[in-house]
Unconditional design. Structure first.
Lengths: 951, 290
């Protein structure tokens, strides 16, 4: 029995038949095609689906559509107003664009709708009001400070009728150029604030089927029996495929092909997320039901639950070659001599858990078979060309039959490098010859994709009395889970960076990257260095205390500098801005507190800090002896830019001039919210001396864009930035040559300025240049394949990486002595990025890096219990929201690297790495509790203080 | 798999009860649904054929003074509870609790009745209502009746109502008089499920420096929302000082049944922090009652 429901959406009345079980978000997205409302979790946790119902913000994913009867709904598509022929953005939308609050964009409709409701209710909100209203609207890019600024700027514009304020706190680069080095807006920001931006799940194709992968849901065992007959018999099911139906290569993988696309009968299941069958059906509902009807039996095997256990004798071996993925070794100097010469030697062991990227956009792939026998895959992927290879191998096809059409990504952070649904939809689309969509729900996303490696890190440190480090010995265990993914690379980075950004004569590190029956671990912003930096930076503070040396002086004394030899034997010849980062963070911190590491008791503080609005207690017990203690903490880090280790690090870019005088730059490098598209646009704009608006950017399409390589290792600004730059430069040279010949002038007399080309005294537009080039038989298109400076594999000495970025952070925390609760109040983050190509985008990366580091320190822990995932919903895996956002001060340090574009190197990762140890060191400084396991456990802090004070 | 097959939107309590008792197959009333729909989706609740939406029931959306009591309908959204001036005047603890339930968007959908109906021993709204000495209005085929608030609960997650024919219709709260005030606070941890480690609500009546009367609720202090009656008895008629605080806390610890919740808090931790929480809440309420 269906009811009719009538309601108004964005001013238009609709009367529809109700559908059993339908939520408002589904109705809006699927029946009204209002795809600006995003689905991040479908558990009322992330806020991306926020719409206004009768003026109030609601999560449409848990709002029964039938309840909308008689109500008025506003979605993101309803905010911009058509004025004459043009769409005029709402001041909120404009402010989000101007203030750089838009990164991946996936959460933005929810942020804006929530803010819109706030401003309707309260036209003059304080920062506190904004934070209170946006408490549960998550932004994984971590752009909360910019989001807050945008809302306050929009409120002001709405109140005063004046234009939306632009950010005033972001300095230009110290390296002077016309376009690069100045703040510019993202080309795709307007689409993202109006809900027009299309992500994979927003696409539909005629006749499209919906897929579901049946997961093993056992951590370890052999698949002994599989019966898909009931699933096949279910009306609406079009295909059910098992391992036998894979025409080509059964395994996939980024480095080692060890990950079965579908586990076959008799084969080994290595983690709960392994698929054993895949279904395509007419509706998602039928696909889900069919998947549940598949019957499987397993011969269960003992579960390997952690990396240390995996290396023990006599335990089951998960892979043919054993449980050891790789023993990684770093050797420098003479350890015995080093430790013998030390005045102080001590060691400590640290533990870090797996963590999840929790990008707000879950994985989605759509396979579309083409009439000519080719296959298109629509997917948000960090490595489109590797998807192409892996899909082709699974199908048993030549690669040229597969086209990856990369889509906007709602965040990646390393978590969208591996194959998720790409092969499954290709197999199903190939068999059914219909388009097939496979969308993960949050549960599946948490279960299946690779995580950050859980580690155990033991550091033994030897130093002279004055603090000079003489020997650092590290033993690391990394849990790479069921499959290799990028585990070897990640743990190599953890190992080579294990002694910190310091010049140490004697270094040894041994890392055991181990297979276990946990979900795989792979790339995640920081790439192993997040873990080892936590260990070594804690050790540095412990050493400072043992020696009575100032902890900042200790870091200065040992800091890498030009001329240092790294632990892998690389001489640093340029671009080592670590000391400047240290000095500038130190100076900024001392503006707040001249004695930053001594605990400060917040006078008369209540027992508990206020959590909500207006809940603060007027006075506390034992006045003058407050429970809240504040102190600062300090940490340094470095991180390579680029793949390094001898891997050829290449990127291709096309730059083409069009008839209308505009340009397009193309590369399959991935835009996941980090701002690469803007960087490419600015670089071409700089080189061609045209306005950025004259440059369009196309990325991630393997038919239309050359291979930009993986978007990983903070490499794209460097490699694809350079590829774009050299392609543009080459095009410019070709234009110069053509014009010089045609007009018989010296090449020096041809100048490129202000959007035109000056040829011997008169200026020509680029549209004219296009004609001239064509007339001369020249196609104004250049493809450039850039190859970064060669690197050496680990163990061979020499340059293992072509550039390093440096980051230093100080964090001020407030610890509640009674409850152990920790709040981070301020973070100062200095990063040596070589050169800031787009300072506005850089700001977003740096704020987001701090937020991700803060989550790593305080909130995030991906829990697995004997191979079974405990944190299998977003409600159980908490990522930091706006309420946890500290005041973040960014200091940009620019020691250029000669080979980088205008001196630039990577920043995406280094800005996130020192946050955790800065926070945990601050906790120690405040209350004397050394955190050696993340995330910080407040109960442990409370207990240690309790035991100490009651001795 | 559809979360429901049939969806009913009764306009009155009697229609709602009628729909509940006449439905064929499994049936559940749904208020905000922000928990129920997730429980259904994630398999924590058995599939339901018919949902009866209570948010169209006008009587259950009333929030008004009735004689010398404040009435809050069970289908009133949490955010309305948090912002309504009547609640602000007469039930500050409930305002504070409501402001901390879930997030802003969820509070616009979630209802105060739903917060109670889940029968969690540490639900913020429930703990506030416990200290405020609320009475619940229960509707059944034979009409409505009033019951003491804590009698709604049979155990963790277990209601004492007959779910096949009864629903919570609303709550009656005594009005706050001069010298009376309340407060609610809680302690969280930033990881894992957003359930409080510990929460506490205090309602008190002050006469000069003497605690004339007091209600203390702590969650989770037992299988159902816990009233610390022994602590109340200890403090009633006394002034609040180090000595009476120590005795009150001792009584509270003696009566409460703190237990360890995996990955959230150990019983010892709860015992360790409850004194600070209670004294903060007490002192805030005390200052307000001046």
């Amino acid at each position: 029995m269906n009811n009719q429901i009538s309601f108004t959406v964005n001013g238009t009345k609709h009367t529809l038949e109700s559908v059993a079980g339908e939520t408002l978000s589904t109705l809006l997205r699927q029946r009204l095609q209002l795809t600006g409302t995003k689905i991040g979790c479908e558990e009322a946790e992330c806020g991306a689906c926020t719409v206004l119902v009768d003026g109030e913000p609601m999560m449409s994913c848990v709002y029964p559509a039938e309840r909308a009867d008689g109500k008025t709904i506003v979605t993101i598509e309803g905010l911009a107003q058509r004025v004459h022929e043009e769409m005029k953005l709402h001041p909120l939308q404009e402010a989000f664009v101007e203030q750089g609050a838009v990164q991946c964009g996936f959460c933005i409709p929810g942020q804006i709708m929530t803010a819109y409701a706030l401003l309707k209710r309260n036209p003059n909100p304080t920062s506190e009001d904004v934070r209170f209203a946006l408490k549960d609207t998550l932004c994984r890019c971590g752009g909360y400070p910019s989001i807050e600024n945008a809302i306050l700027a929009a409120a002001q514009a709405l109140r005063t009728g004046e234009a939306v304020q632009k950010p005033t706190h972001i300095p230009d680069s110290i390296h002077e150029h016309k376009t690069v080095g100045h703040s510019h807006l993202r080309p795709e920001a307007v689409e993202k604030v109006t809900g027009k931006a299309i992500y994979t799940d927003d696409l539909t194709f005629d006749g499209m089927l919906f897929a579901k992968a049946r997961r093993a849901m056992i951590p370890h065992g052999f698949l002994t029996k599989l019966d898909v007959s009931k699933a096949k018999a279910l009306p609406g099911v079009v295909a059910v495929l098992t391992a036998e139906d894979i025409p080509g290569e059964h395994n996939h993988g980024l480095v080692i092909y060890d990950w079965p696309s579908i586990v076959g009968i008799g084969e080994r299941v290595r983690y709960v997320g392994d698929s054993i069958a895949i279904v395509a059906a007419e509706t998602q509902d039928i696909a889900d039901q069919a998947s549940a009807l598949i019957e499987a039996e397993f011969d269960l095997q003992p579960v390997i639950t952690n990396a240390v256990q995996a290396r023990q004798d006599g335990v089951p071996q998960i892979h043919e070659k054993g449980n050891l993925l790789k023993h990684i070794k770093v050797r420098k100097g003479d350890m015995e001599k080093g430790f013998a010469s030390a005045d102080v030697v001590f060691e400590h062991t640290f533990h870090t858990p797996a963590t999840d990227h929790a990008f707000i956009e879950p994985e989605c792939s759509i396979g579309v078979p083409l009439a000519d026998g080719r296959m298109e895959i629509y997917v948000g992927s960090q490595i489109p060309y590797q998807d192409k290879t892996q899909v082709a191998r699974a199908l048993g096809w030549n690669e040229d039959r597969v086209r990856i059409v990369g889509q906007l990504m709602g965040g990646g952070f390393g978590g969208k490098e591996d194959i998720m649904g790409q092969i499954h939809v290709a197999l199903l689309a190939n068999v059914t010859q219909r388009p097939v969509k496979l969308l993960f729900d949050r549960h599946e996303s948490l279960l299946v994709h690779p995580k950050r490696h859980a580690t155990q890190i033991r550091v033994k440190m030897g130093a002279m009395k004055n603090g000079r480090l003489v020997a650092v010995d590290t033993e690391l265990y990394g849990d790479t889970g069921a499959y290799a993914s990028l585990g070897e690379k990640v743990m190599t980075r953890a190992t080579t960076h294990a002694a910190g950004p310091y010049d140490v004569e004697n270094v040894r590190a041994d890392c055991y990257a181990m297979y276990t029956n946990n979900p795989p671990a792979g790339a995640f912003r920081g790439f192993g260095v997040t873990q080892s930096a936590f260990a070594v930076e804690s050790m540095m503070d412990m050493l400072a205390e043992k020696l009575g040396v100032d902890r900042i002086d200790l870091r200065r004394m040992n800091a890498l500098h030009v001329g240092s030899i790294t632990n892998t034997g690389q001489e640093l010849k340029e671009s080592v801005g670590l000391l400047e980062c240290i000095d500038r963070v130190d100076a900024e911190m001392r503006k707040h507190n001249s004695d930053p590491f001594t605990p400060v008791v917040v006078p008369s503080s209540p027992t508990l800090p206020p959590e909500g609005k207006g809940v603060s207690s007027p006075f506390g017990r034992g006045q003058g002896e407050g429970h809240l203690i504040r102190a600062w903490g300090f940490a340094s880090a470095y991180k390579n830019t680029g793949l390094g280790g001898g891997a050829p690090d290449k990127s291709g870019a096309d730059v083409e001039l069009y008839e209308d005088g505009t340009f397009q730059v193309r590369s399959s490098a991935a835009e996941l919210g980090q701002g690469l598209v803007t960087v490419m646009r600015l670089i071409v704009s700089e080189e061609m001396a045209v306005a950025p608006e004259k440059v369009r950017v196309l990325v991630m399409d393997t038919d239309l864009t050359p291979n930009g390589g993986p978007t990983t290792a903070s490499r794209q600004t460097f490699v694809t930035g350079n590829a774009s730059r050299y392609a543009a430069k080459t095009l410019r040279d070709e234009v110069t040559a053509t014009m010089a010949e045609k007009y018989d002038v010296k090449p020096e007399q041809i100048r490129f300025e202000d959007g035109v080309v000056h040829v011997n005294g008169h200026s020509m537009t680029w549209a004219e240049i296009y004609k001239e080039m064509k007339a001369a038989g020249q196609n104004p298109l250049v493809r450039y394949e850039y190859e970064a400076p060669k690197t050496k594999p680990l163990g061979e000495g020499g340059d293992m990486h072509f550039a390093f970025s440096f980051g230093v952070q100080a964090a001020e925390v407030e610890v509640n002595k009674l409850t152990g609760e920790v709040r981070v109040l301020k973070v100062i983050s200095a990063n040596d990025v070589g050169m800031a190509v787009n300072p506005l985008g850089l700001q977003g990366q740096i704020e987001g890096g701090v937020m991700m580091g803060l989550g790593n320190a305080l909130t995030e822990e991906f829990l697995v219990d004997n191979g079974n995932v405990v944190t299998d919903h977003l409600a159980r895996y908490r990522v930091p929201g706006i309420m946890l956002t500290p005041e973040i001060t960014s200091i940009v340090v620019e020691h250029p690297v000669a080979a980088g574009p205008y001196g630039a190197k990577g920043v995406g990762e280094v800005c996130s790495i020192p946050t955790t140890p800065a926070i945990t060191n601050a906790i120690y400084n405040a209350v004397g509790v050394r955190i050696d396991k993340t995330p910080v456990d407040q109960e442990l802090i409370a207990n240690e203080i309790w035991e100490r004070e009651n001795k | 798999m559809n979360l429901w097959q049939e969806y009913k939107r009764p306009a009155s309590i009697s229609e709602a009860i009628q729909a509940l008792t006449s439905a064929t197959g499994s049936v559940m009333p749904i208020a905000g649904g922000t928990d129920l729909l997730l429980d259904l989706k994630q398999g924590r609740h058995a599939p339901v054929h018919t949902l009866i939406d209570l948010t169209f029931v006008t009587e259950m959306k009333a929030l008004e003074l009735r004689g010398d009591e404040l009435y809050i309908g069970a289908a009133v959204a949490v955010n309305r509870v948090a912002t309504d001036p009547l609640v602000g005047t007469h039930a500050q603890a409930l305002v504070e609790a409501a402001n901390l339930i879930a997030g802003p968007q969820v509070r616009n959908t979630a209802t105060i009745g739903g917060n109670v109906a889940h029968a969690l021993p540490a639900a913020d709204g429930t703990i506030a209502l416990t200290a405020l000495n609320a009475q619940a209005e229960v509707a059944s085929p034979t009409g409505t009746r009033r019951v003491p608030f804590t009698s709604l609960f049979a155990g963790p997650g277990k209601s004492s109502l007959n779910k096949s024919e009864e629903i919570i219709a609303g709550f009656y709260l005594p009005l706050t008089k001069k010298g009376q005030a309340s407060c609610f606070k809680r302690i969280m941890r930033p990881q894992g499920v957003a359930l409080p480690i510990l929460n506490c609500a205090v309602w008190l009546e002050r006469e000069g420096e003497i605690v004339k009367d007091i209600h203390i609720a702590v969650g989770p202090g037992g299988p159902i929302p816990f009233r610390a009656t022994e602590a109340e008895d200890t403090l009633r008629g006394q002034s609040f000082n180090e000595e009476t605080f120590a005795r009150t806390l001792e009584a509270l610890l003696g009566q409460a049944k703190f237990r360890t919740s995996a990955r959230r808090a150990s019983a010892d931790y709860r015992k360790h922090i409850v004194g600070g929480l209670f004294s903060d809440v007490f002192e805030a309420a005390w200052a307000r009652a001046e």
